[in-house]
Design a protein around this ligand. Sequence first.
Ligand code: NAG
Ligand code: NAG
Ligand code: NAG
Length: 423
Amino acid sequence: MAMQRTTGFANAKPWVPLMLLLLLVLVVAGCVRAADDEQMRRGAGGGGKMRRRAADVMVPITILNSAVDGGAVCMDGTPPAYHLDTGSGAGNRSWVVNLEGGGWCNNARTCRFRTGSRHGSSDHMERSIAFTGIMSAAPVDNPDFHSWNRVKIRYCDSASFAGDTYDEALGLHFRGQRIWEEAIEHLLAAGMASAEQVLLTGCSAGGLAAILHCDQLRTLLPDAATTVKCLADGGLFLDAVDVAGGRSLRSYYGDVVAMQGVAPNLPKTCTDHLDATSCFFPQNMIDGIKTPIFLLNAAYDAWQIEQSLAPNAADPSGAWRACKFNHSACNASQLQFLQGFRDQMVAAVRGFSESSSNGLFINSCFAHCQSELTATWNNAAGGSPALQNKGIAKSVGDWYFGRAEVKAIDCPYPCDNTCHHII
Ligand SMILES: *[C@@H]1O[C@H](CO)[C@@H](O)[C@H](O)[C@H]1NC(C)=O
Ligand SMILES: *[C@@H]1O[C@H](CO)[C@@H](O)[C@H](O)[C@H]1NC(C)=O
Ligand SMILES: *[C@@H]1O[C@H](CO)[C@@H](O)[C@H](O)[C@H]1NC(C)=O
């Protein structure tokens, strides 16, 4: 060990070109990321106008090295991380806590693969990221939350921050629950312990995580006077029948839950009467959650159409290929199937919507995640999706601050001309 180190130092010079190469790779990777980001915005219907705005601050990463002692690690054993942009003025004692999304993994191959990406290792995370939409510091883009402390907790566990086990055979850590708890501990120490208001949010796998951890956050905050509410964006994953008559997502979730030791961390109000896999589906647990929740979801959730309703395994002939990537290419019977999916979503939130503290925004768009893009959260030009003439940022703000009750469910496609379809 010591020998090798000495040798390394003695021959320091040959490393210089390597270091330069590494630097170049990092720069190029950064450009590719920026291009991806741009594509996402375009994909979300922003057109050519959505170039990064000067107001979109880049927020540096904080690596939580001390979390490692408590076993809170990414899949490859590296420390977890978050990005924090501190609040100011009136937002000084208010916090938006955002759980990053990005799918899951359900077997050795897909989990190993993620350790080579930012979703399995902090070694691969961007050193700084842009905060946009509900995370933006610009008043015009984010009228209600721009001055709050805003933090994004990075996702590197692959079970929506809810697993807790170590797979010895694979050498993979599944410690999402510990990452969640450690990150909250760090934030409490950074000032969140004296928060007046907190909004837990996230999109996709992060939206599901926001639902799963909503009541937990309430109990982790020391001051009972703190207002706690949760916004799940694109997190309403349904236990739906796919185009082949099977249940692709249920079988996938079954693998995720079993492999990553998720069961003990699911809401007890669900697991006391249903199996763990069922309790990974929001429809089976939202009625038991006490902390107020806002569900923001496209009725024709693009991710669910592609991956849950018509995944390749359920569509071997490729009859759904055109439709699942382009809603204009769906024929009448395919649209009828998708209307059935919307009906299930509306039915799934019926009991939930009876609570006056909950909020809903289910728009009839082919989209997935609408709160973190400028164009869909609160396009200053007025082009963001709306229900009852109210955009998403205003709807969420009205619910959070109790300015109005928001229980908006759109009429079936194609009645909504404010959509930003991504397929
Ligand atoms: C809020 O502002 C006060 C003084 O202006 C400062 O002492 C405190 O640390 C701030 N709190 C947070 C959470 O930033
Ligand atoms: C619509 O697409 C389905 C495949 O999902 C196909 O079986 C059916 O024949 C098509 N219907 C029409 C009217 O083209
Ligand atoms: C989507 O499908 C429609 C109808 O088939 C077609 O006219 C259009 O070009 C397709 N769009 C894309 C981007 O492929």
